[in-house]
Ligand binder design. Structure first.
Ligand code: AMP
Length: 395
């Protein structure tokens, strides 16, 4: 379990504080921000630092400029939007070297409560290789470091891991603190019963998650495309559904080892083809030839509701069906509704399940929606996240 210092544990007044944010927001072809969720997510830490008299130096990557300046991936639009959100000017340190003369000048002119945003850290080739030259340059700007970018916590780059080693104390911002609290507790010190729900397309991409979670949970519910490989392992036919034949033996082993911990579908919504308007029906057990499973069936929904009703902690990763098609979104939406009503810690672990919960309009009913797809997966796999491990431990 991580026990890291946070922004509230350090005195920031008058200090130059370098903050690694996740401003990797989507832009359209006019360089306009199309989703500001990540900017909004970063505000509590930034506002706290402003209110407490820090000189706030923000940095982030955006997209993949591959180690050179790419004007379309400049953070300039983020500075503008951030200024609007904070109601105060955010000075954008336009600088192809990220920490060049322009950035240094901007920082040396700062007063308490000022905010400077550096240019995209991935303009520098060293960034993703965690090379010390760039880490040193970043560290030279500030007195202490705050990491609030959970989305990149599973990577060891200059702007998170490299700089943490050089700029002490290196502490967690509110976003990372919340991720540790919810995802960390859910996996390592949950209030029980702990139920995990795993869905999505493939068993192969979630093997490490399944293995780690089976050690920790009271029940593991499986849905989505990955369920059919388990169903094949139980001797059922799966028609034209998603299937990973190479993983059937593995699924058999899981079923044998997990016993009644593992909860699998009992019925399926099947269609003639992968199309929202294709003829469909509900089948129990085996899926007939020529039919494709695209959602969990009504009896399965009831079974899963029953397993979930007494849960005190629920972790969910991956939809129960092809939720992008309205006719096959019912299983996913019903599970989202059950979670919204539970008296339990409900943690949505990144990726498509976040989209599904938001599509159902239930995002604000969950205890925690993880901000990092890859990072939350690695958390659930039980792996150490380098960006968090590098932060200073509480005494
Ligand atoms: P993943 O990225 O592995 O979490 O998978 C998410 C994707 O799985 C979504 O795009 C879903 O549409 C897809 N999915 C879920 N259930 C099924 C299914 N029964 N057949 C095909 N794709 C599915």
């Amino acid at each position: 379990m991580y026990n890291k210092l946070t922004v509230e544990d350090v005195d920031v007044k008058g200090k130059k504080v370098l903050v690694r944010c996740d401003f990797n927001v989507p832009l359209n072809d006019k360089q306009e921000i199309t989703d500001e969720t990540r900017i909004v997510g970063a505000l509590p830490t930034i506002q706290y630092l402003i209110d407490n008299g820090a000189k706030v130096i923000l940095c982030s990557h955006m997209g993949k400029p591959k180690g050179k300046p790419v004007p379309e991936l400049s953070l300039a639009p983020v500075a503008k939007r951030l200024s609007e959100k904070l109601g105060k000017e955010v000075i954008f340190a336009a600088d192809d070297n990220v920490v060049g003369e322009n950035a240094k000048n901007a920082v040396s002119n700062m007063s308490e409560g000022d905010v400077v945003l550096l240019e995209n850290t991935r303009y520098r080739a060293e960034e993703t290789k965690n090379e010390e030259t760039f880490s040193k340059e970043l560290a030279s700007l500030a007195d202490l470091f705050v990491n609030d970018a959970f989305g990149t916590a599973h990577r060891a780059h200059c702007s998170n891991v490299g700089v943490s080693a050089l700029l002490k104390p290196a502490v967690a911002g509110y976003l990372i603190e919340k991720e540790i609290k919810y995802l960390g507790n859910a996996v390592n010190a949950p209030e029980r019963p702990l139920v995990a729900i795993l869905g999505g397309s493939k068993v192969s991409s979630k093997i490490s998650v399944i293995e780690n979670l089976l050690k920790k949970v009271d029940k593991l519910i499986i849905g989505g495309g990955m369920a059919y490989t388990f169903e094949a392992a139980m001797g059922r036919t799966t028609g034209t559904s998603l299937l990973e034949p190479d993983y059937i033996d593995y699924a058999k082993k899981m079923i044998d080892e997990a016993g009644d911990k593992l909860v699998l579908p009992i019925d399926t919504v099947v269609a003639e083809k992968f199309d929202n308007d294709a003829p469909s029906k509900v089948v129990e057990g085996s899926i007939p030839d020529g039919w494709m499973g695209l959602d969990i069936g009504p009896k399965t929904i009831e079974l899963y509701k029953n397993v979930l009703k007494d849960a005190k902690t629920v972790v969910w990763n991956g939809p129960m069906g092809v939720f992008e098609m309205p006719n096959f979104a019912k299983g996913t939406n019903e599970i989202a509704s059950v979670l919204a009503e539970l008296d339990a810690a409900t943690i949505i672990g990144g990726g498509d399940s976040v989209a599904a919960v938001n599509q159902a309009g239930l995002g604000d009913k969950m205890s925690h929606i993880s901000t990092g797809g890859g990072a939350s997966m690695e958390f659930l796999e039980g792996k150490e996240l380098p960006g968090i491990a590098a932060l200073t431990d509480k005494a």
